[in-house]
Design a protein. Structure first.
Length: 186
């Protein structure tokens, strides 16, 4: 999938602002996106995300609540370390606690075992949570950040657009997006 981009919403919707990634990809899926972009809600299914990445993506964009000490609702764009730099075998499988780091470690292990290639670039669009305690629904500052995060993602997707035969970037809005459940693995 040369030039393919996977935008993965992750988080637990039963833990308040931890559902930021899920809500953001839901909003993003309503927007027209180019055909090389796949949008998926992975929720807490990090193992499924790692297996999905074996399909071969050039860029992975994780969307998640990210506590970094800012004011609730603050958005962050983080260029993650190359997934292949995580030592194979370093992944600890715990289906209930698959952080982005754990997913990338598992991906490194899977790629080493299958000969697959991890994404060339991994980005995180994160939002500072206000509350990640039990409860459904985003806090007001995090809910207000969702449309801003969608705009940030659309800008990123323009930057990641593959180039046509004439050297021009393929415009965002060329095709409809696909929001789907991640591929199930046996």
């Amino acid at each position: 999938m040369s030039g393919a981009v996977l935008v993965a919403g992750i988080g637990n919707v039963f833990l308040g602002d931890d559902g930021f990634g899920v809500e953001t990809v839901r909003a993003l899926s309503a927007r027209p996106l180019p055909g090389h972009v796949e949008v998926a809600d992975f929720g807490v299914r990090g193992v499924h995300l790692a297996y999905q990445l074996l399909d071969g993506y050039d860029t992975l964009v994780l969307v998640d609540a990210t506590a970094r000490g800012g004011a609730p609702g603050t958005l962050y764009l983080i260029e993650a370390a190359e997934a292949g730099s995580v030592a194979p075998g370093a992944a600890v499988l715990d289906g209930h606690h698959m952080s982005p780091d754990a997913v990338l470690a598992l991906l490194g292990t899977l790629c080493a075992g299958t000969g697959s290639t991890p994404p060339r670039r991994t980005l995180v669009v994160g939002c500072e949570p206000a509350c990640v305690e039990e409860g459904i629904g985003l806090s007001a500052p995090v809910a207000a950040a969702v449309p801003q995060a969608v705009r940030m993602l659309l800008e990123l997707l323009r930057d990641e657009a593959p180039y046509g035969a004439d050297g021009d970037a393929v415009p965002v809005g060329a095709d409809e997006p696909t929001l789907r459940e991640p591929r199930r693995t046996p």
